[in-house]
Design a protein. Structure first.
Length: 153
């Protein structure tokens, strides 16, 4: 597509509300579709709001929905230069890593839940913390006495 000046969504909306847009065209290019509107003797491409570069719609259906949303229900389509990006698989390693981490988190969550439930279901009698501490203190003292005498076993 030849380099055209761009207009933003707000300007396009004002032009449509004023009845100034004479024609709209969906122009295919590698990887998607752009919008070119004609008003008066001028043609301008729709710009993305942040980058101010020509906005590229990946799917024609998305472009149709956008145009219908702003009030353009009749437009031309030029698919001469359209080449679908779907023939080349887009690699998203960030999504792959995110999914792997999500699966790991789900597996760990399941493990923790099962361990807690097994502990709750354990039929062995539980004892208060103070009583467990006292028992361990006695065992520790006995072990230290044996080590002092040289009896490691």
């Amino acid at each position: 597509m030849a380099t055209l000046e761009t207009i933003d969504h707000t300007t396009l909306s004002h032009l449509i509300n004023a009845g100034s847009v004479r024609n709209a065209q969906a122009v295919g290019q590698t990887g998607g579709w752009s919008v070119v509107v004609k008003y008066g003797a001028c043609q301008h491409a729709l710009a993305a709001s942040r980058s101010k570069k020509v906005r590229l719609f990946k799917k024609l259906e998305t472009l149709v929905a956008y145009l219908a949303g702003v009030g353009i229900t009749h437009f031309d389509v030029d698919a001469t230069q359209f080449h679908s990006a779907s023939t080349q698989r887009v690699q998203r390693p960030d999504r792959s890593d995110a999914l792997r981490r999500a699966h790991q988190a789900a597996a760990y969550d399941s493990y923790v839940r099962e361990a807690v439930q097994a502990s709750l279901d354990d039929p062995a009698p539980s004892i208060p913390d103070e009583q467990a501490e006292a028992r361990m203190a006695i065992k520790r003292a006995a072990l230290l006495q044996r080590l002092a005498k040289g009896d490691a076993c």
